[in-house]
Design a protein around this ligand. Sequence first.
Ligand SMILES: [Zn+2]
Length: 286
Amino acid sequence: MPVEALQDIDDDVRRNIEKPKFFDGINVSEYRFSENGFDWHLVRFVSNERPKGPLWIVPHDDENAAFDAMIAAVKAHGGVGIAVNSGPGSARRQSGNGICGVRSGTTTSCDPNRNFDAKTPFFTSAFLSHAAASQPVIALHTNSPGFSGDGNGGRGEITIYDIAAFKRGEINPRHGGTFAVNPAAEMANADTLGLTAFLAREGKPDDTKSKCGQAIANDGIHFWHERVLKSDGSMSNYLALNRPDIAYFNAESRSEADLAIAAARHQIMVAAYLKNCVASGDKPTP
Ligand SMILES: [Zn+2]
């Protein structure tokens, strides 16, 4: 479909439609379905030249820099990008009335990145059916500055810092985290990090994942091995528990008023992951 057809229903398209060549070389399609009381609208962006590549996902519609970074990544590296469109605004959660992912009981708003589960097969496969063999799934997120209790009004909990230690006045990486080695100024904030997931029952990340994480840190990017015990419904948890054959990377960039600054960090993290963790050719290391 022509991307213009989406400009009235997707703010991400509207924001970028006037930029010269922004959507060039990309085939756009949409997918609507209902599941468990929520109506979903996913928009898919496929590289015309290199449709076989990573699967890029942007679950949070309010994370505008992640959307812009996803389009840039599809152009630079090929593959398929899928974004959740919550409606003409930029809502983080989908309105509805039903069961959201792993949560029990009904709710009127569903966080898309808590909705990957066996109980949501349509939603989950709407993304993963586009994951090409031997290609990674790469999630792009923006991250609100700071964390709750940081003394600066921060919120959320994604940070490279050990929050408990920070509150005692010590600066340490969180469990499973590695600080960036000599980060460039734009990468030197604690809210910008790359992560992969490993299963708690395996005790620690395997050698491949350890090497991947250390190499990314050596390239000046904070890195976190997320330990997964029980799924929270996020893509990282879902894949670690259910599809360990699929390699996964999540790039979290601190949100900025200037979207281009945050999106540029995504590109740096993605390039480091693809360089260091995708073993040979297009074969990723799960
Ligand atoms: Zn997000």
